[in-house]
Design a binder for this molecule. Structure first.
Ligand code: PGA
Length: 241
């Protein structure tokens, strides 16, 4: 595990963008695992900037997002489909059909989740997986639990996540109670994992993930067993290390 500390959030996010950019340059048909949330927005801005400068070509890239809310339309301002279009896909030359975000409105969620995992395998697996971390140590929407779930699955969001995400919605009541998320197995199968954490409110989750027991009550703790994982942290997120 590699812990990279930066003075500012901007630097931590740009470092993630540089790793992703080098992946796209070295393997133009790579598979990127992408995350939503406020943390990676500056990373995507930097990728867009590098694309506009002519340094990056996404035309052969495939992407799979980590998660999506269940029960809100893809066009909803808070859906992760929309987030990805607005924050990255609409600004680079990735082919829309090569981008994948879990379907939060499938009739048969279990079947759709299984198909999502199979699509990742068929694409050759994820080369670089971007992650944020929840205040409760979640990665994707893998919430604190008494087990690690391997495959893509439906999750009940915890109070802490609903509380954290209500800032994007008109009110807490509007935050969906369920989501579909890549499982820990699919995340751990990525060849490289970049966890970006910024801000002092992530410090405890980062400390528990780095120093605590490897335990599903802090889902990010399992990343310590990954052979190629980078924690890209600003001073706030690293302040308890
Ligand atoms: P945030 O979310 O980037 O909006 O803090 C991260 C997460 O919950 O995984």
């Amino acid at each position: 595990m590699r812990i990279c500390r930066y003075a500012t959030a901007e630097q931590a996010c740009r470092a993630a963008a540089l790793i992703l950019a080098s992946q796209v340059i070295r393997k133009p048909d790579c598979v990127l695992g992408l995350a939503t949330g406020s943390t990676p927005i500056p990373t995507y801005k930097e990728l867009i900037r590098l694309y506009e400068e002519g340094l990056l070509d996404f035309s052969q890239v495939t992407s799979f997002n980590l998660d999506e809310y269940i029960g809100i339309p893809e066009e909803h301002p808070c859906s992760y489909h929309r987030f990805m279009r607005e924050n990255l896909f609409d600004h680079v030359n990735i082919r829309p059909e090569a981008t994948h975000v879990p379907n939060g409105n499938a009739e048969d969620m279990a079947a759709a989740a299984g198909a999502y995992d199979r699509a990742i395998l068929e694409a050759g697996g994820i080369d670089v997986q971007v992650l944020g971390i929840g205040r409760n140590g979640h990665i994707g929407f893998n919430e604190p639990d008494d087990s690690f779930v391997y495959g893509c699955h439906v999750v009940q969001l915890t109070k802490s996540t609903i509380e954290a995400n209500k800032r994007f919605f008109a009110s807490e009541d509007e935050v969906p109670r369920q989501a579909v998320s890549l499982g820990i197995g699919s995340i751990m199968n990525a060849r490289c994992v970049l966890l970006i954490a910024t801000g002092v409110d992530k410090a405890k989750a980062v400390r528990d993930a780095v120093y605590g027991e490897i335990d599903p009550s802090v889902q990010a703790s399992i990343l310590r067993t990954h052979p190629n994982v980078f924690f890209l942290l600003d001073e706030g997120a690293a302040s308890l290390l």
